[in-house]
Design a protein around this ligand. Structure first.
Ligand SMILES: NC(=O)c1ccc[n+]([C@@H]2O[C@H](COP(=O)([O-])OP(=O)(O)OC[C@H]3O[C@@H](n4cnc5c(N)ncnc54)[C@H](O)[C@@H]3O)[C@@H](O)[C@H]2O)c1
Ligand SMILES: O=P(O)(O)OC[C@@H](O)[C@@H](O)[C@H](O)[C@H](O)CO
Length: 452
């Protein structure tokens, strides 16, 4: 067995021009893969920071950022070494963080910190009730070099350092599953800046660009079995291995004012309007994922592959898609092709995507993935039964059925489902902004069906 090293693999470090927050599995299968294969990759290194725990930075340290990416096709593994992570830092390395922001070479800030990591309230504004965030912003207002831990505060700390250094324009390119994620980040960063130093808000207007992205590549958590299998196939022991699927899609909208890698080399698309692509992916893929995570786990399944192999769950997924496509603004054939491709992806037996992983943070997901279809149908006088079933399954999940509840807002959403089922459903529907008698009846009936 060997280990990865820049010297033996002949992989020099590219200069850091991208800073990434949240170096989990997904970014290493997606944005890093596009950067690795960009025609101008030699010019674009990434400095990656962990979101919270330092673990993956420690794991990547011996290999100086090198890791293996295994594409698990139905036929077998295709393994490559990714080398574009020029530097990897723990979340609390604020000196390094400020140093990159102060460097005029830095052009792009990307992030994958989960939907919950941006600390938004129900209206999508900065969550003023979050005590850690408030403490961070107060600390930064007193001392621009204060130690902070929340993502919005870190972005402000970095921008303060950049303004002070006169380092020029920079573009934020968030890569989490959130609609209009570019404007979302700009709004949060500006609101956070307002509380720290109002003069920074205008500087942000002039110097910070945002790009909105739709990102797609199913990347489950790596297992010990994955690491053992790939080690025996390659002769390389890699604790930082990432396993992903063959499919990948990246659609971006906006200007990279300080430049960008040629991500189109691997098929990234730059469009004028990303909204229809976002709605397609977040609804059809992520919506069916969450439906399977709640309803499928209640039926005893552990993975997407198992759930989609169950005819009943497959029927529920198709019901949801039938409702959802009525409200998506893309040609019918394109949507039909996308559905077919999704089924093939879910049926890849070599991708073991745990429903319990997908079930996490439903408080952030159901509103994005199912509620728009329910509201759009209601506006036409119809009940989208395929989508209300996901709400029914989520209520059951919160009440203890299926996958365990892990949610950044667990206290708030668990409080909704206390008491008898009727009361719980009314509270959840009120919380989702869909407390309508017809939706209530549908959800109550479907809760019984799912449990049966
Ligand atoms: N895994 C996928 O298939 C996939 C596909 C498309 C998009 N995404 C997006 O990427 C995100 C991350 O997925 P992943 O598979 O890399 O997960 P992961 O668990 O491997 O990594 C999550 C990262 O987010 C950070 N994080 C979590 N909570 C945070 C917080 N409150 N503040 C700051 N950082 C925080 C963690 O420290 C970690 O670095 C998803 O939530 C989703 O929005 C994932
Ligand atoms: O990553 P999350 O937690 O936003 O959602 C779970 C899955 O639906 C998601 O990771 C998909 O696999 C991904 O969005 C596919 O591109």
């Amino acid at each position: 067995m060997t280990t990865l090293s820049r010297q033996t693999h002949g992989r020099p470090k590219a200069p850091v021009r991208i800073l990434h927050l949240g170096i989990g599995n997904f970014t290493r299968a997606h944005q890093a893969w596009y950067t690795e294969h960009a025609a101008d990759a030699a010019d674009w290194g990434i400095a990656a920071f962990t979101g919270r725990s330092a673990a993956i930075a420690e794991t990547l340290r011996p290999s100086e950022g090198l890791y293996q990416l295994c594409t698990a096709t139905p036929e077998g593994d295709e393994v490559e070494v990714i080398s574009c992570l020029s530097e990897v830092h723990a979340a609390d390395d604020l000196d390094a963080w400020r140093g990159y922001f102060a460097d005029p070479q830095l052009a792009i800030v990307t992030s994958t910190i989960t939907e919950a990591g941006y600390l938004r309230d129900a209206e999508g504004n900065l969550d003023a009730s979050n005590q850690q965030l408030t403490a961070d912003l107060t600390a930064l207002a007193a001392d621009p070099r204060a130690d902070v831990s929340t993502a919005p505060a870190k972005f402000v700390a970095g921008l303060l350092a950049r303004r002070e250094a006169g380092a020029g324009d920079i573009t934020f390119c968030p890569c989490d599953n959130i609609p209009e994620n570019g404007p979302m980040v700009k709004r949060l960063v500006s609101q956070a800046a307002e509380r720290v130093d109002p003069s920074l808000v205008e500087w942000i207007e002039q110097h910070v660009g945002v790009v909105t992205t739709m990102v797609d590549r199913i990347t489950p958590r790596t297992t010990d079995e994955d690491r053992e299998r790939v080690a025996s196939e390659t002769g390389v022991e890699d604790p930082a291995l990432v396993v992903t699927e063959p499919f990948s899609e990246w659609v971006l909208c906006g200007d990279f004012t300080a430049g960008r890698p040629q991500w189109e080399t691997k098929g990234a698309r730059f469009v004028d309007d990303v909204a229809p692509h976002e709605a397609r992916k977040l609804t059809l893929l992520n919506g069916s994922h969450s439906l399977m995570a709640y309803a499928g786990s209640i039926r005893g399944h552990e993975t997407v592959y198992e759930a989609i192999s169950d005819e009943t769950v497959l029927g529920w997924v198709n019901d949801f898609w039938d409702d959802a496509v009525k409200h998506l603004e893309l040609p019918a054939q394109e949507l039909a092709d996308y559905r077919e491709a999704l089924l093939a992806r879910y049926r890849n037996p070599r991708i073991k995507h745990l429903l319990a992983q997908i079930a996490g943070d439903g408080s952030q997901k159901v509103l994005i993935r199912h509620v728009p279809t329910i509201k759009a149908s209601l506006a036409q006088g119809e009940v989208a039964e395929g989508a209300t079933r996901a709400v029914a399954a989520w209520v059951l999940h919160l009440r203890g059925a299926g996958a365990p509840v892990t949610d950044a807002r667990a206290e708030e959403v668990l409080a909704l489902v206390q008491g008898d089922e009727d009361t719980a459903v009314h509270r959840v529907l009120g919380h989702l902004g869909i407390d309508d008698g017809r939706i209530f009846d549908s959800v109550r009936r479907q809760m019984a069906e799912i449990q049966a």
